[in-house]
Structure formats: structure tokens, C-alpha cells
Design a protein around this ligand. Structure first.
Ligand SMILES: [Fe+2]
Length: 470
């Protein structure tokens, strides 16, 4: 056998080394004031027993972390030991995913979903949770990233728990939603206060079973764009493939806008607008009678299939119609929405200053995605958009390096919104390893202040969060 091909390596290759926190090599100068842990979550196994998963959303999750203190760094990375994966390994065969034969996955999923926890990792009340939208949270040990197990947060969570909780600093709580697909799909709304117990705010039946990946929070509202990406119930119920046909785009249907007052959820404001899709928002805030919503807007749902094939990560957009950064204004009196393009490049994974969530703000950081034919000629970039002026600052990564979502960490005592650091976990293909890039938030185009190297690769991560040291 020769050396593994780049296809067997790349950002979508299985995590091959698991470990607790161990010292990492620091290249450059790590700011000594950066004290805390960056947690990242993504797929960790792209195949099982030699059979590839059909869609990256099926992949078993991995959690990785880089802990920084006094200019030094420690890293850890582990697969999530879900009950489903443990059962599959015990029995020596795939049971749940499309890597399993139809009858076996139908029977397994009939009993329970496999909780891969492959999408995001959050902190709440000093605890760490890995998330995937179809299942309940999975608690992770902050000591060594071992899996502590699934939780319903004290019998609060019904059905799934979205991988996109959002902080509402004014209300000192995280908010989230979950979908429960059944004959009628229910939308459950949750509040996770900084102190005290989690609670379910309210549940609503939905007009159809959507792919609902993310939502938005303002100080007083929860906001949903229900795009016409509809679960094919028969396929879902009976685990009928292929995976990327589980959801179907209906170009003749509307996107339904739900604006739900947190304190008066029965007074939901609802209206329809033209069909579009969104994976992620950057921020939203109230402004007079309007709600301003910033997000990456897609003309349709074609990225669902394109994202599905993990081997394409880092290889450009393919044939999918990609998204661009938009600002929408929702008028709650006229029940209407106007969305304007802010920046027309293909971008994703927007993040803002954590204290600016639900508030008027100025800066958003994102990553870019080259066209398929541009890969190798046009690099992936990190990007900062000034949403007030429209100014854009970019940092091009080297070669075919593949960045993760840029997470902003403010400096202590900062007076400017961009005074802080950008953290992005970057896959470096030549060495098939990954490093944490630390950038100056006010000068990302100067390149990394420091690179913190793992001695192995971390597969692509979707989302994560910085937890300051206490
Ligand atoms: Fe996401």
C-alpha cells in the first residue's frame, strides 16, 4: 500500500488521535492576556466499518479544545462516545446511519436516534454540551473532553435541541428551540438562564416539517425564518435514502417569518415572504418599529446536497448556489420584510462581539468559500465586514488551508468593538495537521499573531465557543 491519497486525508478525514489536554507548540507570540478555552465541535468519523456516511450531518461528532493561559497552550480532542456509536462498536456493524442496510437502520432509528453531537459545543452554568439538532444535548467533561452522556436538562427538553442556542445578555439567558417531528411538527422554545433552571417557554405546531437550522434572538423577540426546505415525512419515517433527499426545496412556497415576543409568546407576529434559505445569522436587534436581522442568505437549498459529501470540504462551492451577507429589516406593523445585499462574496459562519448580541453593532467576522474552479488559485479567507460603512477587510490563508468559523474574543478593558482577537482552527493540508490561528481583530490582514499547532489534524469543525478562564 502506498501513502494515503489526499482524499483519504484532508479536513474530512477521520480523527485519528484522541487525547486529553496536552501541551501544544506555539509559533509566534500568543497574547498572554488570552486566558480561557476555545471549544470546537464537528464531525469526527466520516465512515464506519469502512462504509462512508452519505451525508456529513450523519458523521459521529468530535469535540476539540485549545486552552490558553500566560502565553502557553494545551489541546485536547476526542470523539463523542454516543450510546449509538458504542452500540455499533459493540455489535461490530453500522446500525443507525445510511452506512447501514435499510431494514437495520429503520429498526434502529425506530427505537432511538443516534445522538452524534456533531455540530456545536456550548457552555452553560459551567457545564459543556455538544449539540446536534435532532437530539438532546450531550454533556462533555471540561477536564478531558470525555463524554458524560445525554441530558434533557432536568426533564425540560422535548424532542431535539437545536445546535444554535443564542445568548441574550440583556436578559442574562441563552435561548434555543427544538423541533419534534411527528404527524404535526412542533416547535419548542427554551430559556436557559445564567442562574437557575432551564424552562420551556412555549410550543407551537408548524405548518410543515422544515429544515430549521438556526434562529435569531433580539432583546425581546425570538425570530424564525421557516424556509420551504421540507422534510419528506415518508422518507424520514422509514429511513429511505438517499440522505440528501430527506429534505426537498419547494420553490413555489413562501418563507414564513415568525416573530415571537419572549414575554408574550401567544402574541406571535407572522407573515410570508419570498422563498430563500439561511443556514446562519450573525445578529439581530430592535430599531424603532423594525427588527434588523443580519444573515447569510441563499437563493435555495442546493447547499444541503453539496455540503453532504464531506470529501468536498475545502474544494470549493461545487454546483451549489452559495449565500451572501444580507441585512433584512422586518417591519412588525406592516408585517413585511425587506432584505438588502451587504457583501456579495460567498461567505459563512458569521460571528460578532459577544456583548453586542441582540444590540446594534458594527463588525461581523466570517470565512469565505472559493468557487470550485478557483481552489488552489484563490485562497480561503477570513473576513471582517463593517456593517455601518460596508468596508471589508480580509486575510487570505496560505495555499489550500481551510479555516473554521472565526470566533471573536474581546480584550479586557477594550473600548473599541473590534479590540480583541479572532480565533480560527485552521486545517493545513501539506502537513495534514491543524492549528489554532490567533489574529488581531483590528488587523486580521496582518496574518496570525500566533499559531498553536496540534501534532495531528482536527477534522472540519462547524461551530464552537470561547469560555473565558474564571
Ligand atoms: Fe450551523
Amino acid at each position: 500500500m502506498g501513502a494515503p491519497s489526499i482524499e483519504a486525508m484532508g479536513p474530512a478525514a477521520n480523527l485519528t488521535r484522541e487525547h486529553g489536554f496536552e501541551p501544544l507548540r506555539v509559533e509566534g507570540t500568543l497574547p498572554s492576556e488570552l486566558a480561557g478555552t476555545l471549544y470546537r465541535q464537528g464531525p469526527g468519523l466520516f465512515e464506519l466499518f469502512g462504509t462512508a456516511y452519505q451525508h456529513v450531518f450523519e458523521a459521529d461528532g468530535a469535540v476539540s479544545a485549545v486552552r490558553l493561559r500566560d502565553g502557553e497552550a494545551w489541546g485536547a480532542s476526542r470523539l463523542v462516545q454516543s450510546e449509538g456509536l458504542l452500540e455499533e462498536r459493540r455489535r461490530g456493524k453500522a446500525l443507525y446511519s445510511f452506512a447501514a442496510p435499510w431494514w437495520r437502520r429503520y429498526w434502529s432509528n425506530h427505537k432511538q436516534n443516534k445522538n452524534t453531537a456533531n455540530t456545536n459545543v456550548i457552555a452553560w452554568q459551567g457545564r459543556i454540551f455538544g449539540l446536534m439538532e435532532a437530539c438532546k444535548p450531550t454533556e462533555i467533561s471540561p477536564e478531558d473532553l470525555s463524554t458524560l452522556g445525554e441530558t434533557d436538562l432536568g426533564e425540560v427538553i422535548l424532542g431535539g435541541f437545536s445546535a444554535h442556542p443564542h445568548d441574550n445578555p440583556k436578559r442574562k439567558a441563552l435561548y434555543n428551540f427544538g423541533l419534534e417531528y411527528d404527524r404535526v411538527t412542533n416547535l419548542h422554545l427554551y430559556e436557559l438562564p445564567y442562574k437557575g433552571s432551564a424552562r420551556r417557554i412555549k410550543s407551537f405546531p408548524l405548518p410543515f416539517p422544515p429544515m430549521l437550522h438556526d434562529f435569531m434572538v433580539t432583546e425581546n423577540y425570538l425570530l424564525f425564518f421557516l424556509s420551504p426546505a421540507k422534510l419528506q415525512i415518508f422518507r424520514g419515517l422509514f429511513s429511505i435514502g438517499p440522505w440528501n433527499k430527506l429534505f426537498q426545496w419547494d420553490p413555489n412556497a413562501s418563507t414564513e417569518v415568525f416573530v415571537i415576543p419572549i414575554d408574550r409568546p401567544d402574541e406571535m407576529i407572522r407573515f410570508s415572504t419570498e422563498p430563500f434559505y439561511q443556514w446562519h445569522f450573525s445578529n439581530a436587534y430592535e430599531h424603532g418599529n423594525d427588527i434588523v436581522v443580519d444573515y447569510v442568505r441563499y437563493p435555495d437549498f442546493s447547499t444541503f446536497g453539496a455540503l453532504g459529501d464531506g470529501s468536498k470540504f475545502g474544494k470549493g462551492r461545487g454546483k451549489a448556489r452559495w449565500g451572501a451577507f444580507h441585512r433584512a429589516r422586518l417591519n412588525l406593523q406592516t408585517r413585511s420584510m425587506d432584505s438588502q445585499l451587504v457583501w456579495d462574496g460567498a461567505c459563512e459562519f458569521p460571528r460578532v462581539h459577544p456583548d453586542k448580541l441582540t444590540q446594534e453593532y458594527r463588525y461581523v467576522w466570517l470565512s469565505t468559500e472559493p468557487l470550485k474552479e478557483e481552489v488552489g488559485k484563490v485562497p480561503h479567507s477570513l473576513l471582517r465586514i463593517d456593517v455601518k460603512s460596508g468596508d471589508v477587510v480580509t486575510h487570505d490563508l496560505d495555499g489550500n488551508e481551510y479555516p473554521s468559523e472565526p470566533v471573536f474574543v474581546p480584550k479586557d478593558g477594550a473600548t473599541e468593538e473590534d479590540e480583541g482577537y479572532i480565533l480560527s482552527l485552521v486545517y493545513e493540508p501539506d502537513s495534514h495537521t491543524s492549528y489554532l490561528g490567533v489574529y488581531d481583530g483590528q488587523d486580521i490582514n496582518a496574518g496570525a499573531l500566533a499559531k498553536v499547532w496540534f501534532d495531528h489534524h482536527i477534522p472540519v469543525t462547524f461551530h464552537g465557543n470561547w469560555v473565558p478562564a474564571t
